[in-house]
Design a protein around this ligand. Structure first.
Ligand code: ATP
Length: 344
């Protein structure tokens, strides 16, 4: 049995994670799923957003399936976003956010541990000036660039391309270092085309011409925003999945947040979270070649997801009227028929 830590979190996190669990448990994947708390509810109940037991379990699990956490916009003493902390504590340096549809087939590769999410923010004593330190290191920039170029090679498009996204004309030191480092790394991958865009131009191009992109590599905040823009082309936030990858750990989470506006109403789209579970199984399959049931389950879920995406039922964000529960049941029902196809 392979140990997976499940962190449902807040808002719709527990709803979509329950859906993903139900789908995984309907396959023959030999996983042992443990749940642990983190997020705003955990903070309100126990005073800690990322309890020590949860962090310890994250360190020992083979993979982590994460829902979403609600982080208040106003500062709250002692609260820090647990997902940002998990990325830093587990060394999850790369955040991969793929978007796949008829109009777009791209991956945003986002540096995940530094940039403006460094956690180094402070406010002056009179409350009139707030300062955030944007930390960019050569090491993390080189690492994320290698991840992006290797991914471009693996995607095997006729002409692989990596677009380096930055704002080096204004942020000369930080984006300048990121850009220069990524361009140096590019020299190691002569088979991959490299180009660069300022982040504002990249945002417009992602809206207007998504087909021009293959792999984008960028810093933490830019990647967070651009991946939300890009996922518009594949059904929006309810469909967008992401992987946080490090040398020793892997965490899979939907791109969406806790969505308090729809929480508790059985109308959250579970397909992003179910897609994360499929991706996690495929990742585990690579590490456990002797357990073919993992890859089989991953393929089976991907096919069931594609079937439900094309035939419904769908939740309101995709124009349907179905509940989270009904969509989940449809995915599980589709597993039965895809299992035969996968076996063939
Ligand atoms: P975060 O900053 O934590 O990513 P956010 O405040 O930017 O979160 P979300 O919580 O992702 O935003 O929600 C943005 C909008 O998208 C909301 O209107 C929400 O209802 C909708 N949304 C997000 N996820 C889903 C989902 N799985 N199904 C349906 N609608 C969703």
């Amino acid at each position: 049995m392979i140990d997976v830590l499940v962190i449902p979190g807040d808002g719709i996190g527990p709803e979509v994670v329950a859906a993903a669990r139900a789908v995984v448990q309907a396959t023959a994947a030999p996983l042992r799923l443990h749940e642990a708390p983190a997020g705003w509810d955990a903070f309100v109940r126990g005073g800690v957003a990322l309890p020590a037991d949860t962090l310890a379990a994250a360190h020992t699990a083979s993979a982590i399936l994460f829902g979403a956490v609600a982080s208040p916009s106003a500062p709250v003493a002692g609260y820090r976003s647990p997902i940002v902390e998990l990325r830093q504590r587990l060394g999850l340096g790369a955040n991969l956010r793929p978007v796949h549809s008829v109009s777009a087939d791209l991956v945003v590769v986002r540096e995940n541990t530094e940039g403006l999410y460094s956690g180094r923010e402070h406010i002056s004593d009179d409350g009139a000036t707030a300062i955030a330190e944007r930390v960019i290191t050569r090491q993390a920039s080189a690492h994320i660039a290698h991840v992006a170029f290797r991914l471009a090679q693996q995607r095997e498009r006729p002409q692989p391309r990596v677009t380096i996204v930055h704002k080096a004309n204004i942020l000369r030191a930080t984006c300048g270092l990121f850009r220069q480092t990524a361009l140096q790394v590019a020299a190691d991958y002569p088979d991959v085309l490299v180009d660069e865009l300022l982040v504002d131009t990249a945002a417009l191009q992602l809206v207007a011409h998504p087909e021009r992109f293959d792999v984008l590599v960028t810093t933490n905040l830019f990647g967070d925003i651009l991946s939300d823009v890009a996922c518009f082309h594949a059904g929006g936030l309810g469909m967008a999945r992401s992987a946080n990858l490090g040398a020793r750990h892997a965490l899979f989470e939907p791109v969406h947040g806790a969505a308090p506006d729809i929480a508790g109403r059985d109308r959250a789209n579970p397909l992003a979270a179910i897609g994360c579970a499929a991706w996690m199984l495929a990742h585990l399959a690579q590490q456990h070649a002797a357990v073919p049931a993992l890859a089989t389950a991953a393929r089976q879920i991907e096919q069931a997801l594609a079937w439900v995406r094309d035939h419904g039922p769908l939740t309101p964000d995709l124009g349907g009227t179905a509940t989270t529960g009904a969509v989940t049941a449809a995915v599980i029902a589709a597993l039965g028929s895809t299992a035969q196809e996968v076996a063939r």
